[in-house]
Design a protein around this ligand. Structure first.
Ligand SMILES: *Cc1c(COP(=O)(O)O)cnc(C)c1O
Ligand code: SF4
Length: 358
């Protein structure tokens, strides 16, 4: 991931964010210890070996600057619950699978997903700055996907895009595109922007939230060099994630993007009340970001304990709608395999053939 640059006789040293990433917490018991907690103090109480087993199935990864935003001594901290490997993940819940969105069916080229009209999604890299326990890609074999070099895979995707003039927006997702070094990201953005039919490039990333140090001068320069409209969609779930350092990173990004949006996932125990959701919208606005989507959880195995029922989700969004201006109310959606778009939750039951349990 280290930029290949002619560095004279010196080998290039990793940048601040790369060092922070290398130093991320990976042991669940150490994470708890940093907050003055033990596995037995969790709700429900756990054993260290259960946490370690969950972290073996999907590795724990939390940057220390993210840990610093957690409340010490609070086993229900909403940031902690998003990232802590837990024994609930080991439970097999009916209807929760490894590929809940049936993405394997939408693949046009390796890592290129074309599900919706006019836009396609490129899985840029498998890496993320933080591992979210509810992630719908938690069972992806990223190692296998990454065994090949990114570069030839991207070239195949670009060739597929060239053959499809109907795609006018390309979405970089992952993993997390900001896991790439600045030179690699810039090269990819420039290649995409050079395709004649591409009008917008969208970057979906949680990194500015998880690791604000990633938003460095080199990244801002790279974004400034892209000759087409950029849209950045970040992923924050709770106002407490948006501390002063994160706000600064977002304001800097805002200067280089046409739009800065946020998507959240509705998560039991983390943000499933009206006050918390409204506070998130208010705080996003202060950071120059508008709420876009509030996603209902994808039914990925190991995440069932985060589920909020649709009936409750609809009540919550009605409560947010009643307390904020319209532009601060995200769209509550669920992703339904085969549907032409992410669907507003109130429309999901009306659709034929929709199997809500899958
Ligand atoms: C979510 C998603 C998009 C983007 O959908 P929007 O409604 O435009 O935000 C595009 N392609 C795929 C495969 C997606 O999963
Ligand atoms: S940052 Fe996004 S892709 Fe990465 S683990 Fe979290 S939810 Fe999944």
């Amino acid at each position: 991931m280290i930029a290949a640059q002619p560095a004279g006789r010196h080998t290039e040293s990793p940048s601040t964010w790369q060092r922070q990433l290398a130093e991320a917490v990976s042991d669940p018991v150490e994470l708890l210890a940093q907050l003055g907690l033990t596995p037995q103090m969790l709700d429900p109480p756990q054993e260290a070996h259960q946490l370690h087993e969950a972290a073996r199935q999907f590795p724990l990864r939390v940057p220390r600057s993210y840990v610093a935003r957690m409340r010490p001594g609070d086993p229900r901290d909403p940031l902690l619950l998003q990232v802590l490997a837990a024994r609930q993940e080991l439970i097999t819940a009916p209807g929760y699978g490894a590929d809940p969105l049936e993405e394997n069916a939408a693949r046009k080229a390796p890592g290129l997903l074309h599900k919706y009209a006019g836009r396609a999604l490129l899985v840029t890299t498998g890496a993320c700055a933080v591992h979210c326990r509810y992630c719908f890609r938690r069972h992806h074999d990223y190692a296998a996907e990454q065994s090949g070099e990114n570069q030839p895979r991207w070239m195949a995707a670009i060739a597929a895009l060239q053959a499809d003039p109907g795609i006018e927006e390309i979405i970089l997702s992952g993993g997390d595109p900001l896991s790439l070094s600045n030179p690699r990201l810039e090269a990819l953005l420039l290649q995409l922007a050079a395709l004649p039919q591409i009008r917008r490039i969208r970057i979906h990333t949680r990194t500015p939230i998880a690791l604000p140090a990633r938003v460095d001068a080199g990244l801002l320069r790279a974004l400034a060099n892209v000759p087409c409209d950029l849209i950045l969609v970040v992923h924050a779930n709770h106002a407490q994630e948006l501390d002063a350092g994160t706000a600064e990173a977002l304001q800097a990004l805002r200067r280089h993007c046409r739009l800065l949006l946020n998507q959240s996932v509705l998560l039991a125990g983390v943000n499933d009340d009206v006050t918390t959701l409204a506070a998130l919208s208010q705080r996003l606005f202060e950071c120059g970001v508008l709420p876009y989507y509030l996603h209902q959880l994808d039914h990925v195995a190991g995440a069932a304990h985060f589920e909020v029922p649709d009936s409750r989700a609809l009540q919550l969004i009605a409560g947010v709608n009643a307390s904020l201006p319209g532009y601060l109310v995200p769209k509550l959606v669920r992703e339904v395999p085969g549907a032409p778009a992410k669907l507003p939750v109130e429309l999901v039951p009306a659709l034929p053939q929709v199997n809500q349990g899958s």
